[in-house]
Design a protein around this ligand. Structure first.
Ligand code: MG
Ligand code: ZN
Length: 225
């Protein structure tokens, strides 16, 4: 952490704010024919996230929208300490953004109780007007990112120049790998922890948002944030 820079937090949604990944859960529950090889190739990074997620959702009939939304809303749990964490960042005047590779049709209702301004939530959209679900990408990769992120976390993060901002990423998985490479500090779970170790990125593994509050408070007291 560097004194004098303004902290800004970019927080993943699936598997970070929620207890597990909702895209994976939708696919495993509805099992559209042919999703498994696409999921594998996406996880193995043989195809881009944008291609993989787009192709998997294109296997699901749009007529199942209500079932899919109900499924996610009924099973997705919010990680412990999230509300307290939002209170803390507000009080500490730390800018906070949700940066998610997921879709608005489940993110917006799940985040509704937390009153996060809409322009602080970056995610993908979905069009249910055709035969199958079409994923929409309002925040695609911009130069210099050519990763095919879908929702490009680095493009969002680059709007906060590194000379002025201490860029803090919170995440757990594949959608966070590129952002972690340019973050000053990462709070990590799951395979993002392994990735940060591999990349040599400064990171702190966490279980819940109370862990992150405690670390941010400590850094604040030490005058490094
Ligand atoms: Mg995630
Ligand atoms: Zn990108």
């Amino acid at each position: 952490m560097t004194a004098g820079k303004k902290p800004v937090i970019f927080c993943d949604f699936d598997g970070t704010i929620t207890l597990s990944d909702n895209i994976v859960a939708i696919m495993k529950h509805f099992k559209p024919e042919g999703y498994e090889p696409i999921m594998k190739r996406t996880v193995d990074q043989e195809i881009t996230l944008r291609q993989g997620v787009g192709e998997m959702f294109a296997l699901l009939p749009a007529s199942r929208k209500d079932e899919i939304v109900d499924f996610v809303l009924n099973r997705a749990g919010i990680r412990e300490g999230f509300r307290e964490f939002l209170d803390y960042v507000k009080q500490a005047e730390i800018e906070f953004y949700v940066t998610s590779g997921g879709m608005d049709f489940f993110i917006d209702p799940l985040l509704a109780p937390f009153n996060i301004p809409a322009d602080h939530i970056f995610c993908n959209g979905a069009d249910f007007s055709g035969d199958t679900i079409e994923i929409l990408w309002p925040h695609p990769c911009q130069d210099p990112c050519t990763n095919g992120c879908g929702m490009c976390k680095t493009t969002v993060m680059r709007r906060f120049p590194e000379e002025k901002y201490e860029r803090i990423l919170i995440g757990d998985s594949l959608t966070d790998f590129e952002g972690a490479k340019i973050a000053d500090m990462v709070y990590s779970r799951s395979i993002l922890t392994d990735k940060c170790a591999e990349l040599g990125v400064k990171h702190m593994p966490f279980q819940n948002f109370f862990d992150i509050i405690a670390d941010l408070k400590q850094k604040h007291q030490q005058g490094v944030l």
